[in-house]
Design a protein around this ligand. Structure first.
Ligand code: SF4
Length: 160
């Protein structure tokens, strides 16, 4: 009987936790372009207080793991969303549509779960919030998903 009550309490408690969308690679999911697993202990600790929902826009956009690294050719995620720039992987394949699809699907998940807070992986052409990488150099700008979420006025943070 006590066990049943405890289980019910736990479920009720987890339902009440605020939901946060997190770049899946920061939670140790094998979704990075290089197939390497990373983890951020600071974010793992958030699981005590929040319900963390992992999302990888590039995988949602249909890209495999591992995959060739890709870069936004000019501008940033906003320029891509305006269809004024494209994204190519290092084999020369145009992956723009995958990146846009992944960003749109991420936004749909956020809206479905009514999430206000999103934690993103820095410097990625999808998830980077303040910087992206072009030709090995860190430049100012957002990735495609970060740009779309910013346009939808979500509260975004980024982690290494
Ligand atoms: S940075 Fe974003 S797109 Fe790249 S692997 Fe992590 S979650 Fe996926």
């Amino acid at each position: 009987m006590t066990d049943k009550i405890n289980k019910k309490e736990k479920i009720e408690k987890s339902k009440k936790k605020e939901k946060i969308i997190v770049s899946a690679c920061l939670l140790g999911e094998k979704c990075r372009y290089d197939g390497i697993v990373i983890e951020n202990s600071e974010i793992n600790k958030l699981a005590e207080k929040f319900e963390l929902i992992p999302v990888c826009p590039e995988v949602l956009g249909g890209l495999p793991v591992p995959r060739p690294p890709a870069e936004i050719e000019s501008g940033d995620g906003n320029t891509v969303l305006d269809r004024k720039s494209k994204i190519f992987d290092n084999l020369g394949k145009d992956v723009t549509a995958n990146f846009i699809e992944g960003a749109e699907k991420t936004l749909q998940i956020i809206q479905k779960h009514k999430v206000q807070r999103v934690i993103l992986k820095s410097k990625s052409p999808s998830c980077g919030l303040n910087n992206i990488i072009r030709k090995g150099i860190k430049i100012k700008g957002s990735g495609v998903t970060a740009a779309l979420l910013l346009q939808n006025l979500l509260f975004l943070e980024e982690f290494e």
